[in-house]
Design a protein around this ligand. Structure first.
Ligand code: SF4
Ligand code: SF4
Length: 270
């Protein structure tokens, strides 16, 4: 990747791990990297990005910024449609300045550092999702792929993929991404029944996964529990637990768009 080229920061699903760009890291493979204020390229990786946000990223960022998920989506994201999926992608909107900097970049570095998105935590590791059709399970693939301008790769500190993930506190993010990828796989087929992703169903699916505050309001203040069976402990949890609510949202979208019955939520009307 050359300077000026947009790093494409996202996970991609693959059935051919070797075909992905970057160095595929196996369990014990090591890579050298260190990033710190004062390094000559400091913050150069925080501009002009296609930075894909996942639902758990939004949960963390909106809390860090003390705004609602709806306000966050309006102020900081672009919702775009791509040919490879029937579900839209949510990208962090870069600032409208010459360098198209990340809106959270300050002179001192990242102002949402403790809640920075998964892609930023994992950087310079990029992820692929490998789906094993035999077991029905997905796993994350890790690729070392720093851009050419990144000087951190010439440092001596060495890591495995796991020690890096642990150091950057990205392990739980990775788990949430896998759960999200399970739903995204279903969106390789069109669930919209002619109304397209802009229709009412599409708006509901986007809300249930990205606009967590609106989804909580919808679940708690509509006839949701008359139409869907949710275990009592989950009903209690979702009042205050964003992760439990997101998991309910993911399960609900699987159910109401694709008819996939899971343990979290079941249809009463079926
Ligand atoms: S380009 Fe690499 S070393 Fe430089 S600030 Fe970004 S991650 Fe750190
Ligand atoms: S969120 Fe923080 S780490 Fe990520 S691109 Fe923006 S400033 Fe950089």
């Amino acid at each position: 990747m050359v300077e000026g080229e947009k790093p494409l920061m996202k996970y991609v699903e693959t059935d051919d791990p070797a075909s992905m760009p970057g160095r595929l890291l196996k369990e014990t493979d090591r890579f050298c990297f260190r990033c710190y204020p004062g390094i000559s390229c400091f913050n150069r990786c925080c501009r002009n990005l296609n930075l894909f946000l996942y639902p758990y990223d939004v949960i963390r960022l909106r809390k860090c910024l003390a705004i609602s998920s709806g306000e966050f989506i309006d102020a900081y994201t672009d919702v775009v449609f791509r040919e490879t999926s029937y579900f839209p992608s949510v990208l962090l909107r870069m600032a409208e300045n010459e360098e198209k900097t990340c809106p959270f970049l300050s002179q001192d570095g990242c102002r949402v550092y403790m809640d920075r998105p998964q892609t930023c935590r994992a950087f310079p590791i990029e992820h692929g999702i490998y789906y094993d059709a035999q077991t029905g399970r997905s796993r994350l693939l890790h690729y070392f792929r720093p851009p050419d301008f990144c000087q951190g790769r010439f440092e001596e500190t060495s890591w495995t993929k796991d020690s890096w993930a642990s150091d950057q506190e990205v392990v739980f993010y990775n788990q949430m991404t896998l759960e999200w990828a399970d739903l995204m796989r279903l969106f390789q087929t069109d669930p919209w029944g002619g109304e397209g992703p802009d229709g009412q169903k599409g708006k509901m699916a986007l809300m249930a996964t990205y606009n967590i505050d609106a989804f909580r309001d919808f679940v708690l203040n509509s006839s949701f529990f008359k139409r869907y069976k949710v275990k009592p402990d989950i009903r209690l949890k979702i009042k205050s637990d964003d992760v439990a609510l997101l998991r309910l949202g993911i399960s609900w979208v699987k159910l109401f768009l694709f008819g996939v019955q899971g343990n979290t939520v079941k249809s009463i009307i079926f």
